[in-house]
Design a protein around this ligand. Structure first.
Ligand SMILES: Nc1ncnc2c1ncn2[C@@H]1O[C@H](COP(=O)(O)OP(=O)(O)OP(=O)(O)O)[C@@H](O)[C@H]1O
Ligand SMILES: [Mg+2]
Length: 543
């Protein structure tokens, strides 16, 4: 056997390759062309495999694919060598290449059967992939609708909490407004009579000191009720077209000494800021309050920025803030780099008497006033704060569209003509007996004649009677089936030319529409000094 195998493997006994094809030219050429084409097929397959693995990073087992590519390449080379050996007897090289291909065939065969086949069989088919894709799509759809639902719930929750907050503020406003109104009546008597008392005891220093103490306490009380009325949106406002930039520049100038050296003030006023329709003196007070809060929040110094600009609050903003009417506003922002407000306190800062300052340092009415003023002016207020970084309060005030007729007769007061008092008669309508008594005494002391009624019915009876009446001085809220405004209307029908002066602890819709005094209306807000009373009576009689 062995000699047989040795003889068979002896290369020198192999016939030249052409002999295998009987030196038949057509057979030789068919073999050469076929091998060349087969080699071309292998090369392009090898190129396809290797190029694909190189470009696509998501192939599993890339090393196996590279090995497969090399194997196919060598198969191609082996066929080319078969062509070559027809003419050139490089059987050694051809056999070595075939040997390598054989070894690789074993490795690749084993890898295909043992490693790849089991995995290949569990790969999902096209239908399975389609089903998985459909399931994924369904899941995505369900997730999207669940997310939309969660968002909707969050929106509802946010709106509900806004409504709750607004209702809470409304309730507190009504309570504080009511209390302030009644206190005003009491203070009106005290503030007015204390002057008379002071005059009477001016020769006794001890008593004079007591009266000035009472007077100071009454003034503080009046301040407090004023603040509460501002929060309750019941202060009489005198809105007019106001140049907010000029007002802010004045405020910045006035604030400079109050803020101290450590606080830098920067003004970023937009030159095209539209005029706002607001009560300028109340706006100055609001800016002052905001700046003082900023100062208190920056004990170690910092920066106060005052900004103005025109903004449009659109429907989507109004949707998120249900007190906002979409439209054009003038925005005023007061920002500081202070300690900021913790998120859990943000909802509370507008409430009256909410303060984090030490006893005696803050009354907790500053922001409440600003809030009430902005709301009463048909504006919107927003506070943004980042604990440890600072706070911005933004006021959105309605832009002035036209000049509003404001009952501004007080301004003309300086040019009043002198007139004889004794021949003037004033009808006083006031339900609070204390206040009525005080007013009657006061007005008499000014030298006028007086008539008094505690309700609308009695007042109308007097108006229908024969007495001369030059001025009707009436509280806005009175018993007797009609308010002060309606009483005045009735009185004017009966006595055209009658002058009217209103007084009120707070202003009701009777004379204040949308937070502004009706044109031509004169109002003396309670509490008032007797000098205010005298001045307004003169103004009313000469109006
Ligand atoms: N700019 C601000 N930075 C940090 N906290 C502020 C700021 N503005 C207001 N606050 C917080 O809101 C609270 C209420 O402010 P508000 O102006 O109503 O009252 P106050 O400043 O405490 O007292 P008042 O203004 O009546 O003297 C403050 O006590 C403070 O805690
Ligand atoms: Mg304050």
């Amino acid at each position: 056997m062995l000699p047989f195998f040795g003889h068979s493997l002896d290369a020198s006994s192999l016939a030249p390759h052409g002999a295998c094809l009987s030196w038949d030219p057509p057979l030789i050429w068919l073999s050469a062309v076929s091998d060349t084409l087969i080699a071309g097929g292998f090369f392009s397959t090898a190129f396809f495999v290797m190029f694909s693995v190189w470009r696509r990073r998501d192939f599993q087992f890339p090393w196996a694919w590279w090995a497969f590519g090399v194997y196919i390449l060598l198969c191609g080379v082996s066929h080319l060598l078969s062509v070559l050996t027809l003419w050139v007897p490089v059987y050694g090289i051809a056999t070595v290449v075939r040997g390598v291909v054989a070894i690789m065939s074993v490795g690749i065969g084993a890898a295909l059967l043992v490693v790849v086949l089991p995995r290949f069989l569990v790969l999902p088919g096209r239908v399975q992939l389609q089903q998985a894709y459909a399931a994924l799509e369904e899941e995505t759809r369900q997730r999207r609708s669940a997310e939309a639902m969660v968002r909707r719930f969050q929106e509802i929750e946010a709106t509900e909490s806004q409504v709750r907050q607004a209702q809470k503020m409304e309730a507190i406003g009504q309570l504080s407004g009511g209390v302030a109104h009644d206190f005003n009546n009491i203070l009106t008597v005290i503030t007015g009579t204390i002057e008379i008392l002071g005059e009477a005891v001016k020769h006794s220093p001890h008593l004079a000191q007591i009266t000035s103490l009472i007077s100071a306490a009454a003034a503080r009380g009046a301040d407090l009720t004023q603040h509460l009325l501002a929060f309750a949106r019941r202060q009489p406002l005198q809105p007019r077209n106001t140049d907010v930039n000029a007002l802010m520049m004045d405020a910045a100038r006035l604030l400079r000494p109050t803020l101290g050296e450590q606080i830098e003030v920067e003004s970023m006023l937009s030159p095209d800021s539209a005029p706002a329709l607001i009560d300028p003196s109340q706006l100055s007070t609001a800016i002052l309050n905001l700046a003082l809060n900023a100062r208190d929040a920056m004990p170690d110094g910092g920066k106060l920025t005052l900004e103005t600009g025109n903004v449009v609050l659109d429907n989507s903003y109004a949707g998120m803030n249900n007190d906002v009417k979409p439209g054009h506003y003038v925005m005023i922002a007061v920002s500081d780099t202070g300690v900021g407000i913790p998120a859990k306190l943000i909802d509370k800062v507008f409430e009256p008497f909410f303060t984090t300052k030490d006893v005696g340092k803050g009354s907790g009415l500053g922001l409440s006033m600003v809030y009430g003023f902005v709301k009463q002016s048909n504006g919107h207020i927003k506070i943004y704060s980042e604990e440890g970084h600072g706070t911005t309060v933004k006021l959105y005030l309605p832009q002035a569209t036209s000049v509003v007729g404001v009952a501004d007769a007080v301004a003309a007061e300086a040019g009043l003509l002198a007139f004889a008092r004794g021949d003037k008669s004033i009808l006083i309508v006031e339900d609070d007996a204390l206040v009525r008594e005080y007013v009657v005494t006061q007005i008499r002391s000014f030298g006028y004649r007086t008539l008094a009624a505690s309700n609308a019915t009695d007042a109308l009876a007097i108006i229908n009677g024969p007495d001369i009446i030059d001025l009707l001085f009436t509280d806005v809220i009175i018993p007797g089936g009609m308010n002060g405004r309606q009483l005045a209307t009735e009185a004017l029908i009966r006595r055209p030319g009658l002058k009217v002066l209103y007084t009120s602890g707070y202003t009701e819709n009777a004379i204040v529409h949308h937070g502004r005094l009706d044109p031509g209306v004169l109002l003396l807000p309670k509490p008032y000094l007797s000098s205010d009373l005298a001045r307004m009576i003169r103004t009313a009689l000469t109006a």
